[in-house]
Design a protein around this ligand. Structure first.
Ligand code: PLP
Length: 449
């Protein structure tokens, strides 16, 4: 069991000993409100002292079941043994030199691992950065340098970050973009195959959505002006939307036919989250570039762009980089996280989580008209909440359900363009008992609301 729980001293149990948040968290929350900018939110203001395996322990002695993984980051747990060991050793050796000043092996080794793990057997290279948004920005820089074109195509419900260019790429106004414009130009948004909400139903969704997207690109932008098409193989913040089968291959083929760089943004869906190393493998897609972050380094800030060597080499020497990009401690952590994923076969764990969750959530859908859709893959599962008997988004129910779960010591997150999706992203190392206990809490909360 020790190897599954990360921090071995942390009991893998739910424990609720105060109101949530408890008195110590409320005290800290008052200090936080005075000192931290109001624009930075928190889903649940309980202050963490320890976390690992499937639990988060707070300052009041509560232990919460974690169905969030710090937004799909701590797939290997928040204190995985190999991550702690390797990052600690690196910390003691040196914290930073700047890879652009004097390089170090860890950075190279992470790039070698990325070449091995990402889809396709072509020659690949990588560049490392600090955050997902930074990786996406750099993918655009690289695609523009390679194609000598400017336009970037993104999709309805897409999320790619909060920097200026990635705000432009992100679909949803509130809270990500509102009041923060003007946004970067040459960004075009087209429909995605969202089966549950496709006007003519899910059957023809892939074909119709692809035809509409391709028509818009061809007629409104001009395919030969497009540098990159960027898509999340499972759309994360937009509501865990799996594009209807057939859509991604059509778009990837269109990109290929027109010399457009096809970028899979796997920042949320990558690294075993969906039961495969990368979600695009599900339909055999081989992206030209792939962006990764979140799950890559067990919680340390690291991100990457990986892709075809000839595309990755298109930017002039010195054109890519950043002071901290590929920090040695973050690289050591990534190597520890990847080691953990391989050793514990976390792809298999993610598929098992899907089996348990989808089985129980499908049964709940039969009973509760407010669950319009159960979807997702691996340990990236969601329920979309609606007004019973309709598809009208029910954000109030999602909020109420999340709140009810939090009060019982289960951390869940919401998402979705309409704010009506409850998403579940447990660490892949969570014990099955905790997983089922979490589902029990969701079931009871559904009965109550
Ligand atoms: C989280 C996320 C990003 C942005 O990553 P940050 O590290 O928060 O900048 C980009 N794309 C996707 C798909 C994401 O889920």
């Amino acid at each position: 069991m020790t190897e599954l729980t990360g921090g071995p001293s942390l009991p893998q149990e739910r424990r609720v000993v105060t109101a949530i948040p408890g008195p110590k968290s409320l005290e800290l929350q008052a200090r936080r409100t005075a000192a931290v900018a109001g624009g930075v939110g928190s889903v649940l203001p309980v202050f963490t002292v320890r976390a690992g395996g499937g639990v988060i322990e707070d300052v009041d002695g509560n232990s919460l079941i974690d169905f969030g993984s710090g937004i799909a980051v701590t797939s290997v747990g928040s204190s995985a043994e190999a991550v702690v060991r390797r990052a600690s050793a690196q910390l003691a050796d040196f914290t930073h030199t700047c890879f652009m000043v004097t390089p170090y092996e860890g950075y190279v080794e992470v790039c070698e691992q990325l070449a091995e793990l990402t889809p396709g057997d072509h020659a690949k290279k990588s560049a490392l950065f600090n955050s997902g948004a930074e990786a996406v920005e750099n993918a655009v820089k690289i695609a523009r340098a390679y194609t000598k074109r400017q336009a970037v195509v993104v999709f309805d419900h897409g999320y790619h970050g909060r920097t200026n260019l990635t705000m432009a790429l992100t679909a949803k106004n509130m809270p990500y973009k509102h009041g923060f414009g003007p946004f970067a130009p040459e960004v075009y948004r087209v429909p995605v195959a969202y089966g549950y909400r496709w006007p003519t139903g899910p059957e023809n969704c892939a074909e119709e959505a692809a035809a509409q997207a391709i028509d818009m690109i061809s007629k409104q932008v001009g395919a030969d002006n497009v540098a990159a098409i960027i898509i999340e193989p499972v759309l994360g913040e937009g509501g865990f939307i799996e594009p209807a089968k057939g859509f991604l291959p059509r778009i990837a083929q269109f990109a290929k036919d027109n010399g457009i760089v096809f970028v899979a943004d796997e920042i949320q869906s990558g690294f075993c989250r969906t039961g495969q190393w990368f979600a695009c493998e599900d339909e055999g897609i081989v992206p030209d570039l792939i962006t990764t972050a979140k799950g890559i380094a067990g919680g340390l800030p690291l991100a990457a762009v990986t892709g075809r060597a000839e595309i990755m080499d298109a930017a002039h020497p010195g054109g890519l980089g950043g002071t901290y990009g590929g920090n040695p401690v973050a690289c050591a952590a990534a190597l520890g996280a990847i080691e953990t994923m391989r050793e514990l076969d976390l792809n298999a764990k993610a598929r098992r989580i899907e089996e348990v969750m989808k089985g129980r959530l499908a049964a709940l859908q039969e009973k509760h008209g407010i669950i319009g859709d159960v979807r997702g893959r691996g340990a990236m599962i969601a329920i979309e909440l609606v007004e019973p008997g309709t598809k009208t988004p029910n954000a109030a129910a999602a909020g109420a359900l999340a709140k009810a779960c939090h009060a019982e010591g289960l951390l869940v997150l919401t998402c979705g363009t309409y704010g009506n999706v409850l998403r579940f992203l447990p660490p892949l190392v969570i014990g099955e008992d905790l997983l089922n206990e979490g589902l029990d809490i969701i079931e009871a909360a559904l009965e109550r609301i």
